[in-house]
Design a protein around this ligand. Structure first.
Ligand code: HEM
Length: 529
């Protein structure tokens, strides 16, 4: 590969040199600087540039066929990716690549993002190998762009290699069931403003933008559990947490272009100092984390939250630097609030569209809570089996993180073929493709929580259901996310009944940014029980 790319570079240089010699000769022989001369000069220049680029892409686009990996026909210059003006989100495009390879009965395939080769595994056994068994080849995500220049990026999501490993070991106990139990009441307190807001909306018979309501709830929860701060998002519409939370996920053409550039030309992006997170957002999170930390330590205040666990890791066990502490708080905030509110939004959309499922779930909630004197407790929520099925099915139909990313760190021999995946290659596993594949989930458009009943669970093939990823890099916040979703659904369903408002566009159109959302939002009617 190295030899080939050297050869390619050599050919391009030769073309450029020939061009330069001709240009020099041309300039010497040009006696009159007339319009025709200039025109010819420009045409010559463009021809040279065109052929140099053409030759470069031609070489690049033969990458997968040279490695006997099936590919799809790329076109210049975008490769297999649709041009930006078509506005097709990457998650849909990668789900389509999965589908295309699957239709061709291929176990894997290769595509190009511009000239960059991307590996697409399709076979569930291969996917399991990449995520779990052969993890040592695919332990990183490869998105640690200029992390040194950012103050919040020394976190689990962005780090790779030994630094990630050490940090993951240090932080795993933070998400144990004991710690979740400890935070339970802090989380439960956040349901009070949620209930109050819905009471008001129901009384006024207002149509509800449920994503907005749920994002406020999950912002309150993560603000309280990670920063130890009461955000009061329902009271203060433009609270800083909500404002900056929105900004993190705000998509615009410039941001998309910056990401694409950093992803494609990592080294150049590093040299140019391209960073992903806006300085204003970063400054807010750094300031708020430092203030909370200093206030707590100085006044010896202890709370049952993530911040407390991180303070103890830093102060007592000397296990964390200040930058690492800030980065984790930031990661928990960013990874936690939008994933959870998007999941809950899709769940309520399905419950509002399927009254039988909504009734069955409400019935379970009443039955279990009856055994606990009507109190929502940590133990009670774990007895709600149908609730778990409903959330699992929501994440099956709507995997809010629809692509799992890995970067190969050493040459990897694909088990069923003689192909080698080279170190440095990005691998994209389409959770959306897998979850909507009729071979793995028959009638995939149907919302059917019974796919996850005890009797049916064993039918789900390993490597086909990945809402939280898999292997050592599986989402560290699974327990927290599930607990939050359950507490929220109990609060909503024991007090209100939901139906679809006509403002919701059905069938839902998915809008994929980094997190999958519903285009145009989900609008519901809500009635007090
Ligand atoms: C419904 C809610 C959630 C979903 C669907 C979700 C999904 C995911 C997925 C798919 C990944 C990538 C896994 C992989 O690459 O194999 C991930 C990683 C991660 N998630 Fe979550 N997540 C959720 C909630 C949370 C919460 C509440 C937190 C923290 C409080 C969190 C923290 C993280 C972190 C830190 C990582 C990076 C882990 C690592 O690389 O070691 N997530 N999540």
């Amino acid at each position: 590969m190295v030899a080939k790319s050297k050869q390619c570079r050599q050919v391009v240089l030769t073309i450029v040199n020939i061009g330069r010699t001709h240009l020099h000769h041309f300039l010497l022989t040009c006696t009159h600087n007339n319009k025709l001369d200039i025109m010819l000069l420009i045409i010559l220049l463009f021809t040279i540039i065109y052929f140099a680029i053409y030759y470069y892409f031609k070489q690049q686009f033969s990458y997968w066929s040279r490695r006997s990996v099936p590919g799809l026909e790329p076109s210049l210059p975008f490769g297999n990716i649709a041009p930006p003006w078509k506005n097709i989100p990457p998650t849909i495009q990668y789900a389509n690549f999965y589908k295309e390879f699957k239709t061709r009965r291929q176990k894997h395939g290769g595509v190009y993002l511009f000239g960059k080769p991307m590996y697409i595994p399709v076979d569930p056994d291969l996917i399991r190998n990449i995520l779990v068994k052969d993890f040592q080849y695919f332990s990183g995500r490869g998105i640690h762009f200029n992390a040194e220049m950012q103050q919040c990026f020394d976190n689990l999501f962005f780090l790779d290699g030994p630094r990630w490993k050490v940090l993951r070991q240090k932080l795993t106990p933070t998400f144990s069931s004991g710690k979740m139990k400890m935070m339970f009441n802090t989380m439960l307190d956040c349901t009070k403003p949620l209930r109050k807001k819905l009471d008001e909306l129901a009384d006024n018979e207002e149509v509800i933008d449920i994503k907005d309501i749920l994002a406020k709830f999950t912002t309150d929860v993560i603000g309280s559990c990670a920063f130890g701060i009461e955000c009061n998002t329902f009271e203060t519409e433009d609270s800083d947490f909500r404002k900056y939370g929105k900004k993190v996920f705000e998509e615009n053409a410039f941001k998309a272009l910056k990401m694409m550039f950093a992803f494609n030309y990592e080294n150049l992006a590093k040299k140019l100092g391209v960073t992903i997170l806006d300085k204003e957002i970063e400054d807010f999170f750094v300031k708020i984390s430092m203030e909370t930390y200093n206030y707590r330590v100085r006044n010896n205040i202890k709370r049952k939250d993530f911040m407390q666990i991180l303070i103890e890791l830093k102060e007592v066990e000397k296990n964390l630097t200040m930058k690492e502490l800030i980065s984790q708080v930031f990661a928990f905030f960013v990874a936690g609030f939008d994933t959870s509110s998007a999941t809950l939004t899709f769940c309520l959309f399905e419950l509002a569209s399927n009254f039988d499922i909504q009734d069955r779930l409400r019935q379970e909630i009443f039955e279990v809570l009856n055994e606990y004197n009507g109190e929502i407790t940590y133990e009670a929520i774990h007895e709600m089996k149908y609730m778990e099925q409903v959330i699992n099915e929501t994440l099956r139909k709507y995997p809010v993180v629809a692509m799992i990313l890995r970067k190969c760190s050493q040459d990897y021999q694909v088990p069923f073929s003689n192909s080698i995946i080279e170190a440095g290659t990005f691998t994209i596993i389409s959770a959306m493709g897998l979850h909507r594949d009729p071979e793995h989930f028959p009638n995939p458009e149907k919302f059917d929580p019974d796919r996850f009943s005890e009797a049916n669970l064993s039918k789900i093939r390993a490597g086909t259901y990945l809402p939280f990823g898999d292997g050592p890099r599986i989402c560290i916040g699974v327990r927290f996310g599930m607990m939050q979703a359950k507490i929220c659904l109990i609060t909503l369903l024991r007090n209100f009944e939901f139906s679809l408002n006509t403002q919701t566009k059905v069938p839902l159109e998915l809008d994929f940014g980094f997190i999958t959302n519903a285009k145009g939002g989900v609008w519901l009617n809500c009635q007090k029980l």
